[in-house]
Design a protein around this ligand. Structure first.
Ligand SMILES: [Zn+2]
Ligand SMILES: [Zn+2]
Length: 176
């Protein structure tokens, strides 16, 4: 039956917008991480963004990643251990670029779909942006607890899209 077959391949809205976020992420030129984010209000796509250097400034492929090392405390088998982590700080995060390139009015009551669970800084900014729901795919453990607490305090719906698989060839391997 033709109608049934069309229904079976028709994407639900969550998958549809997350797929777009992954497509957007392929524009990123930071070899460490490709992140895409989209702004959706009432099923309308109102903005797209990915992580990248400021416009006109050299990007990670031209000038190399700008690496900083950060110490992070983590509980490993009941013991607090300090783990050193490298991060690229050349890029503006996808979520922050999304806020820079969208209007406040477009964000009120809107949903952000983002390929990766937001870091603390992005979550903090999103919490003040008018957005009322954040949907992500890949988990980012570093700031997870405090980000979840903040979202709860702000009454922002915060959820992982699961089950979900990104469209083919949109996912890069993430460096540790
Ligand atoms: Zn980089
Ligand atoms: Zn971030």
């Amino acid at each position: 039956m033709k109608a049934a077959r069309t229904d079976a391949i028709r994407k639900d809205w969550d998958t549809y917008f997350m797929d777009i976020a992954y497509m957007v992420s392929t524009r990123s030129r930071c070899p460490r991480r490709h992140v895409g984010a989209v702004l959706v209000q009432g099923k309308k796509l109102l903005g797209t963004a990915y992580n990248g250097a400021p416009m006109g400034a050299p990007d990670c492929l031209e000038a190399g990643c700008m690496i900083t090392e950060e110490a992070e405390w983590r509980n490993v088998d009941g013991q607090e251990q300090m783990i050193k982590k490298q991060r690229c700080i050349r890029t503006i995060h996808a979520e922050q670029n999304l806020l820079l390139f969208t209007d406040r009015a477009d964000r009120e009551g809107s949903i952000v779909y983002v390929t990766d669970q937001p870091c603390w800084t992005c979550a903090n900014m999103l919490a003040n942006s008018g957005v009322t729901e954040i949907v992500y795919d890949r988990v980012y453990l570093k700031d997870s607890d405090k980000v979840h607490d903040l979202m709860e305090q702000k009454g922002i719906r915060f959820r992982r899209l699961d089950p979900y698989s990104p469209p083919p060839q949109t996912e890069m391997e993430i460096m540790p």
